[in-house]
Design a protein around this ligand. Structure first.
Ligand SMILES: [Zn+2]
Length: 388
């Protein structure tokens, strides 16, 4: 029999849960990563004898996990005696990336309290089909400040809309440094945000935030030291489309000419959400390698043209009939359908209700762009959601 010990091929088995939280209860945010390598995993187990592991309550099912260190598969955590189909993490684990949600919650709870905000409730969103498009939202009682954390480097429409919305101005934002999409929207909106990254350690990771200094140098540090800057006014659109080189510095947002040229009836360009990047960005960007490193070198890539309009009014694009490309609408449908299907599989009633609302609104707004087959399929799905 082939020995599959810590080879790259086995590392691609997506069904294996590679992270857990450790401690007396599933509410722990002490997130750990079980080494892929057999001997290192055995050492990990030895060092954690008598320690309980849990799937975690931030992004997991909250049940207890146990280590399995054999010769057939890479070392992993498993849910004992239960069907792993019931756990979304077991269904679609993201390797080391699964550490991030509990780590963020562990760090942001005291940070919020330090700013006299209630601890709040955390929700973790992990859209299917978007490998790295995960985000979290911490909300407290009405009237208190929310916190939005964008973990992945791929942006889903919901997050873009939130970043451009009036309510988004009222939140504290934490955005992964590689998520240039959301960062550019926030920059354009004048919304202050923290750039974050995760630095892997042997069996976990630490969250770091970029702390800018008055001399504009700045450095990465602990989140406890982060104080949000006040928001600025949204950047106004340019009055006329200058077709020659303008006086702006040649930054990643240099293509103002292209952006402001969209002021007419141009179908896509006037809409800040018309593009989410080339199609390749919508597809899963990286394989679910779950490999031992998670911080690839950051390559900003070439500047991309962006839509530019005063975006504050796009609170919910489904309510505002801004023109969108067929492809964009199709992607939104795909996204909303996938969300709802997943929520149905997981029997997560709260999420089912939320996803059904979104899909229903989308269908209402763009019924004309649906084929009758698609329309029927969506109706069936919504009916299923309403009876679940
Ligand atoms: Zn689980």
């Amino acid at each position: 029999m082939t020995q599959l010990r810590s080879t790259p091929a086995t590392a691609q088995d997506r069904r294996l849960v590679q992270t857990a939280v450790k401690g007396p209860t599933a509410d722990s945010q002490d997130a750990v990563f079980l080494p892929f390598e057999h001997d290192a995993a055995l050492e990990f187990r030895q060092e954690h004898s008598g320690v309980d592991f849990w799937c975690g309550t931030v992004n997991g099912c909250g049940r207890q996990l146990f280590t399995r260190i054999g010769d057939e598969k890479i070392p992993h955590f498993f849910h004992r005696g239960e069907n792993e189909e019931q756990c979304r993490r077991a269904q679609r684990n993201r390797g080391r990336l699964d550490l991030e949600a509990p780590i963020v919650w562990a760090e942001l709870k005291p940070w919020r309290q330090g700013r006299d905000l209630p601890e709040g409730q955390v929700d973790f969103f992990d859209p299917i089909d978007r490998h790295d498009a995960r985000y979290m939202h911490i909300s407290g009682p009405v009237g208190t400040r929310d916190t939005r954390i964008v973990l992945g480097d791929v942006t889903i429409i919901q997050v873009q809309q939130d970043a451009a919305s009036a309510q988004g101005r009222e939140w504290d934002w934490f955005v992964h440094e590689r998520n240039t999409e959301v960062r550019e929207i926030l920059d354009r909106q004048g919304i202050a945000y923290a750039r974050i990254k995760f630095v892997p350690t042997a069996i976990s990771a630490t969250l770091q935030v970029f702390l800018s200094t008055p001399d504009n140098v700045g450095d990465w540090g602990r989140i406890s030291r982060y104080v949000p800057a006040p928001n600025r006014a949204p950047r106004p659109p340019k009055p006329a489309p200058p077709m020659t080189a303008d006086s702006r510095p040649a930054t990643a947002r240099a293509s103002v000419a292209q952006r402001t040229a969209a002021s007419g009836p141009a179908r896509e360009r006037g809409n800040p959400f018309a593009r989410m990047g080339p199609p390749s960005q919508l597809a899963p960007l990286r394989g679910l390698d779950g490999g031992p490193t998670r911080e690839p070198a950051f390559a900003p890539g070439p500047p991309r043209p962006r839509a530019s309009e005063p975006t504050g009014r796009y609170t919910f694009a489904v309510r505002v009939p801004a023109p969108r490309s067929e492809e964009q609408i199709a992607n939104e449908f795909k996204d909303a359908i996938a969300h709802l299907k997943e929520a149905l599989v997981l029997e997560d009633r709260k999420t089912v209700a939320r996803c059904a609302r979104r899909l229903r609104a989308l269908r209402k707004a763009h019924r004309e762009s649906l084929s009758s087959d698609d329309n029927r399929a969506i109706k069936t799905l919504l009916r299923q959601a309403s009876t679940s």
